[in-house]
Write a protein that binds this ligand. Structure first.
Ligand code: NAD
Length: 497
């Protein structure tokens, strides 16, 4: 598989050969049933390729291979500095192939090639590199015991890990699981979302080329109810790192309880509040952040600032700016390097977003801009950035995760009401506040029930700080050293003097 390095992205796309098979025990193979499913390009509505529809029997093979690799110690007991070398090589290979991977990502989910190249790829590559660098710096402890006893507290890989990931940032989300899980010494079975399997399938071969032993990284494309459920219920999977909807996150808790109580880490949905107080002295900056926070990746972002909570005195001035940005943001061909707004991932997702918009109108909220499908003549699933005003926090528009470019504006009177509205949701993934008053900012950072709080900025982050949610946004953290907690166990070793 390769990609030409010259010509337009559309030319390169035409020359691309795409692998759609599963990767199990070190090689590509079709699903045992022979079944495939169509992989559709959301920007054209046309089929890109057929992908292996893995089922419980393929999952069984992958788990067996992963278990065998784990028990052999070929990876789990390799010196950390050696695992580091191989994972660094893995990230280097991803970097060498970044144009091919960016192109696959763009074709697969309708993401602008520019965003894939400059956002998703550096994020994924940097993540694998970060955990490679971290693994030989992860120390255990010696417990303060009695003089005649020594207790070492050591960290061990948990075993066979299933990584079940969504379609909005396919490679990035996969890397957030693969980085810590592989660095820790586990064997991993990655199940990409059915809408976005291509980069996951491709990097499996790059992992092998880097030196990951067979069975250490397997990729089983397929549907949630089949491949996903089979992993969740498998008696020999030790942990699941899940990113996706809260609804499916709850299913994984059930699968765990009904099988082997495997450890579950959940990065789920959100309905993040983006508060702008009347004393904000940078309305232009706030407006840009509000727009980027909900229209970036066409709103298909777990921490999207989908609820704008604004004080009345500045509401009109802020909305005027946000609406102006929204109107300038034109969705377009993802393979055009000038495009900043791509397609919605699937026809089903577009319909779901449009239904939310209609319900919002029915509930009495007012559309200031957008609200409709655009570029239908392309066959793609594009939608105009949409801003609602006059939203009440009790409306479904303000309570349900839409996962599209739809902003709901709620007007409040003062910080206390803003915080009450912000926290009045089942979710708690992220929150932002704009104010020039440090006391208000500090009060908000303590009061907001969210795993991430941004003050006078939005959506900032890198590998050094943890990411994850409170409440029904999940538990456990991706990124930073905290992510190891999901994929490692503690063991206390007592020695008599
Ligand atoms: P989803 O929950 O539908 O699917 C996620 C994964 O679970 C996919 O691989 C899917 O195949 C699998 N799955 C679906 N049904 C299943 C079942 N019955 N049993 C087992 N597995 C099943 O989510 P999605 O639509 O792919 O992604 C959007 C969701 O992901 C949003 O809710 C978004 O907020 C969330 N998300 C969260 C984060 C975060 O870090 N918190 C990041 C990105 C996306």
């Amino acid at each position: 598989m390769n990609v030409s390095t010259s010509g337009s992205w559309a030319d390169r796309a035409r020359q691309l050969s795409i692998e759609g098979r599963a990767f199990i025990d070190g090689s590509y193979r079709a699903a045992l049933s022979g079944k495939t499913f169509a992989n559709v390009n959301p920007a054209t509505g046309r089929v890109l390729t057929e992908v292996a529809a893995c089922d419980a029997e393929d999952v069984e093979l992958a788990v067996r291979s992963a278990r065998q690799a784990f028990e052999s110690g070929v990876w789990a007991r390799m010196a950390p500095v050696e695992r580091k070398r191989i994972l660094l090589k893995f990230s280097e290979l991803m970097s060498t192939h970044r144009e091919e991977l960016a192109l696959l990502e763009s074709l697969d989910v309708g993401k602008p090639i520019t965003n894939a190249l400059n956002g998703d790829l550096p994020s994924a590559i940097g993540c694998i590199q970060w955990y490679a660098e971290a693994i030989d710096k992860l120390y255990g402890e010696v417990a303060p015991t009695a003089p005649d006893l020594t207790a070492m507290v050591v960290r061990e890989p948990i075993g066979v890990v299933a990584a079940v990931v969504p379609w909005n940032y396919p490679l990035s989300m996969a890397s957030w699981k693969l980085g810590p899980a592989l660095a820790a010494g586990n064997s991993v079975i990655l199940k990409p979302a059915e809408q976005s399997p291509l980069t996951a399938i491709r990097i499996a071969a790059l992992g092998m080329e880097a030196g990951l032993p067979p069975g250490v990284l397997n990729v089983v494309p397929g549907f949630g109810e089949t491949a996903g459920q089979a992993l969740g219920r498998h008696m020999d999977v030790d942990a699941v790192g899940f990113t996706g909807s809260t609804e499916v996150g709850k299913l994984f808790m059930r699968y765990s309880g009904e099988s082997n109580i495997k450890r579950i880490g959940l990065e789920c949905g959100g309905k993040s509040p983006h508060i702008v107080l009347a004393d904000c002295d940078d309305l232009d900056g706030a407006a840009r952040a509000v727009a980027a926070g909900i229209f970036g990746n066409v709103g298909q972002v777990c921490n999207a600032g989908s609820r704008l909570i604004v004080e009345e005195p500045i509401r009109d001035a802020l909305l005027e700016r946000v609406v102006a940005i929204a109107r300038e943001l034109k969705p377009g061909d993802p393979l055009d390097p000038a495009t900043r707004l791509g397609a919605i991932v699937s026809s089903a997702q577009l319909s779901s977003v449009l239904q939310h918009v209609q319900r919002g109108k029915d509930e009495g909220a007012r559309v200031l801009t957008g609200g409709e499908r655009v570029l239908a003549e392309t066959g793609g699933f594009f939608m105009a950035p949409t801003v609602f005003d006059r939203v009440d926090n009790g409306m479904r528009l303000a309570q349900e995760e839409i996962f599209g470019p739809v902003l709901a504006t709620i007007t409040v009177d003062g910080l206390d009401q803003a915080l009450a509205v912000a926290n009045n949701t089942i979710y708690g993934l992220a929150a932002g506040i704009w104010t020039r008053d440090i006391r208000k900012a500090q009060k908000a950072s303590k009061a907001l029930r969210a795993g991430v709080v941004w003050i006078n900025c939005f959506d900032k982050g890198n590998m050094s700080a943890p990411f994850g949610g409170f409440k029904q946004s999940g538990f456990g953290r991706d990124k930073s050293m905290h992510a190891f907690d999901k994929y490692m166990d503690w063991k206390a070793v007592w020695t008599a003097a």
